[in-house]
Write a protein that binds this ligand. Structure first.
Ligand code: SF4
Length: 445
């Protein structure tokens, strides 16, 4: 698998740190920090105003010597959805911002990096660790940063449903795992002959799977599954809605009505029942509101299908960011995705006279809507980044922050359950196969 092309596609976000801007929108409660991180949080919270003027010298004091010592052996990564100004800070210290597809490939394409430090959510760190070389170690700045979409499609939810369906359909069943899944669910996809997908390549991956005459279990996002079916021309009567979370784990074919069983037998795509709270707030009337005011509406495909159908365009984080970069002075864009992303996009757009609004932030109270950021991803803040790097330099990073492929993380406590070496080797091989299939399908063009 060549990752050279992918890496060369990487570009800076184009965002600038401006004087006076608040570094974080919300301070995390002090007792949410791990014990080892509390001294750093204490220092950070004592900084006056926490604007770049006070935060940057504090961060420099820790990060500059540590990063100079590590050189290219350390690689900082963050996702576009990161809260506060972490996106800008990570870039300021030589790190990279990317969507989940590019993040997953960073370890593999940066062989000189021995320590990869990710400021985002666990499933992204897990994917990086799955594709990492043996000499590379992956760390997450906050192990409590999980994804709610993934939390309703844990292995203990999906595996019983997979067994239930496999007992009926045998090898015809194939799992397509969205990137927002744990390594263990990606391994299930790999073992079934399936692949991982992202919002940017879901259509290609679905086409590849259906061409083989497979019946798909698409996990976990019901909206993305429905949107991808629409893009692929698969009508609703060839889709089946399975439950999500515990409900999905308990669902039994024998207890279905005969009509339901017939629909399941007819279905080419079985949609798992999770959805992301950040993306389900979008509605068609919000699309109409902004369009009537001259805005072009662009949405993420984790939004409900009617919203995607009503919009002017839909695509991944990368697609949305590229649209903002390509916008001309005077253009107006209403974007439906995660709130911090839109805030960052607005900052980028302002630099060139483009107006960007969040689709759900309609200033008319009659619409009763408000967009929100990904609260779990925003659990990564400057003290988490500073502490992780400083502790790494001292050789004292807590084990909870070290990401080994296949770990199961409790997002409340941050405690991780780790597989033994043999079991992990099998799981990683299956999960890697599913990720590599995605890359092959995507890069094929
Ligand atoms: S925005 Fe939604 S899907 Fe994306 S990481 Fe956050 S909870 Fe998960």
């Amino acid at each position: 698998m060549s990752t050279r092309t992918i890496d060369s596609l990487y570009r800076s976000s184009g965002l600038r740190i401006e004087p006076g801007l608040p570094i974080c929108q919300v301070d995390l409660p002090f007792d949410w920090y791990q014990e080892e991180f509390k001294p750093y949080a204490e220092e950070y919270l004592a900084l006056p105003d926490r604007t770049p003027e006070s935060v940057l010298p504090w961060m420099d004091r820790y990060l500059k010597p540590a990063l100079a010592e590590f050189g290219p052996r350390v690689l900082l990564l963050a996702h576009y959805y990161m809260g506060g100004e972490i996106v800008k800070l990570v870039e300021r210290y030589g790190g990279r911002i990317a969507d989940s597809y590019e993040l997953a490939l960073q370890a593999r394409s940066n062989t000189q990096a021995e320590f990869i430090v990710e400021s985002a959510v666990h499933f992204m760190a897990d994917a990086i660790a799955t594709l990492a070389h043996p000499h590379q170690q992956v760390f997450i700045t906050n192990p409590r940063a999980g994804c709610t979409l993934e939390m309703f499609a844990k292995e203990h939810h999906v595996a019983p449903a997979y067994e239930e369906l496999r007992a009926r359909y045998g090898d015809q069943l194939m799992v397509i795992a969205y990137m927002n899944t744990s390594g263990r669910v990606k391994a299930l996809a790999g073992a079934s002959g399936g692949a991982v997908c992202t919002s940017g390549n879901a259509k290609k991956v679905m086409a590849w799977a259906l061409q083989q005459g497979k019946k798909l279990l698409f996990v976990p996002d019901r909206n993305l599954a429905e949107v991808t079916c629409w893009w692929s021309g698969i009508p609703p009567e060839q889709q089946f809605q399975w439950g999500g979370g515990e409900e999905g784990a308990r669902q039994q074919i024998a207890r279905m009505s005969s009509a339901e069983r017939e629909r399941l037998d007819r279905a080419r795509v079985i949609r798992w029942g999770s959805s992301c709270g950040v993306h389900t707030v979008f509605r068609v009337d919000l699309v109409d509101y902004w369009r009537a005011r001259g805005y072009r509406v662009l949405v993420h495909p984790e939004s409900p299908l009617p919203v995607v159908q009503a919009a002017d365009g839909a695509g991944s984080t990368k697609y949305l960011w590229a649209a903002v970069e390509a916008a001309q002075p005077g253009d107006k864009l209403a974007i439906a995705t995660e709130g911090h992303f839109v805030r960052n996009a607005r900052a980028l757009a302002r630099q060139k006279g483009v107006d960007v609004v969040h689709l759900a932030d309609v200033p008319d109270p009659a619409y009763q809507s408000i967009g929100c950021g990904c609260a779990t991803m925003a659990r990564n803040d400057p003290p988490h980044l500073v502490a992780l790097i400083d502790l790494l330099r001292k050789g004292k990073v807590p084990d909870a922050n070290r990401v080994v492929a296949g770990d199961v993380v409790d997002e409340i406590s941050g405690v991780r359950e780790r597989l033994g070496a043999d079991e992990r080797a099998t799981l990683v091989a299956d999960a890697r196969r599913a990720l590599e299939r995605m890359v092959e399908i995507t890069e094929r063009g």
